[in-house]
Design a protein around this ligand. Structure first.
Ligand code: TXA
Ligand code: MG
Length: 339
């Protein structure tokens, strides 16, 4: 992830941002775009607005929310005991798809952190998100989980949010499709230990380059209550199965024989697969590049989920650090299949 450009916000959206800020100040919940996924936002100084987020998402109350703000310089206001590593990461990657988990300051209510004394903090780079936060004002912040029902696929367009929550939220700011398409990378910087809790928009390698040290990836089965760390998450309603390239053809022929309506997401095996599939399989070709694959993944999953398939088969991603975030989401989405 490289871009830190600030595209101008169209006039119409600017007007809607003003309305969204008024709504936030009244204690309402709104939806807004970020460069990763769309968020369901509430002003953290309104306890009943925070409560609404948990209600709308159907999210357990002990699962912490990420707190978003506009100015990196406010980091010291929202967190305490900030190690140099965190300052370096903030300086390098904010605004952008990085969330830092740090000891919370007294300005962060416990309802936002699910009762924990740490908080996830992020300065997003999407121009609409930044404009919204700036207009809300200094030393104000928006708690925002991804704008989807708890456990399901995150939204990467305003339309996704509208389909899911259109009747429950008045304002959905439209900032187009999300440039990153996968959630932020969550890095915990507590007690001099740096660990990745969720791989995402910023690669592990680029974090290691900035800190000049190897980083521990602890995204599975940790003790911290992170919903993204539950084994099943980011899930489609249609069962999803991951299949290695070589067995993909065999597996899809079996499903075909069994009369199971199957959609196959393919990344590398192409010509022979299409030929043999004999038009009986529904194949979706995704880019064989981790960044572009990640950008398109949720929209593709949502589309297939709405198309009356009984099974989604995905070609397994390569087993390397570049594909880590994609592999993490696919593994969790497939969990319900193996359960
Ligand atoms: O890209 C993103 O991060 C998006 C956009 C909207 O900013 N937000 C997002 O929020 O993905 P959500 O709630 O869907 O996922 C937030 C993740 C959860 O796994 C949560 O548990 C973890 O962040 N998290 C938040 N605060 C934490 C904390 N204090 N300690 C450990 N994990 C935390
Ligand atoms: Mg989420």
């Amino acid at each position: 992830y490289m871009s830190k450009t600030h595209n101008p916000v169209p006039d119409l959206v600017n007007e809607q941002i003003t309305a969204a800020v008024a709504s936030l100040r009244k204690g309402n919940v709104i939806a807004f775009p970020t460069e990763t996924v769309y968020g369901l936002g509430a002003d953290i100084s309104h306890p009943q607005a925070i409560q609404k987020i948990f209600d709308i998402k159907g999210r357990p109350p002990d699962h912490p929310l990420i707190v978003h703000f506009a100015k990196s310089a406010e980091l010291e206001f929202w967190a305490e005991n900030i190690p140099t590593t965190a300052l370096m990461l903030a300086k390098h990657f904010w605004p952008g798809p990085l969330t830092l988990v740090l000891p919370k300051s007294r300005h962060i209510p416990l309802s936002v952190t699910g009762g924990q004394d740490t908080v996830g903090l992020r300065v997003p780079s999407h121009p609409v998100a930044l404009r919204l936060l700036e207009e809300l004002g200094g030393y104000k912040a928006i708690a925002a989980p991804s704008a989807n029902r708890f456990g399901f696929v995150s939204p990467t367009s305003a339309d996704h949010v509208k389909k899911e929550f259109g009747d429950r939220i008045d304002i959905i700011l439209d900032g187009g499709s999300c440039e990153v398409g996968l959630e932020s990378t969550i890095v915990s910087c507590i007690d001099n230990e740096v660990a990745i809790l969720r791989p995402g928009g910023i690669s592990v390698l680029s974090i290691e380059n900035v800190l000049k040290q190897k980083i521990f990836v602890r995204s599975h089965g940790n003790s911290i209550r992170a919903p993204g760390s539950l084994t099943s998450h980011y899930a489609t309603t249609t069962p999803l199965e991951i299949c290695h390239g070589e067995s993909l053809f065999l597996r899809s022929s079996i499903l075909l024989q069994q009369g199971i309506r199957t959609a196959v997401i393919v990344r590398s095996v192409r010509e022979d697969f299409v030929q043999d599939a004999n038009n009986k399989l529904h194949c979706v070709f995704m880019p064989n590049d981790p960044v572009r694959f990640g950008r398109d993944l949720y929209a593709t999953l949502r589309r297939l989920d709405n198309e009356n398939f009984q099974q989604i088969l995905v070609e397994a991603p390569p087993d390397n650090l570049e594909w880590l975030a994609v592999a993490d989401r696919l593994n969790r989405a497939s969990y319900s299949f193996y359960k």
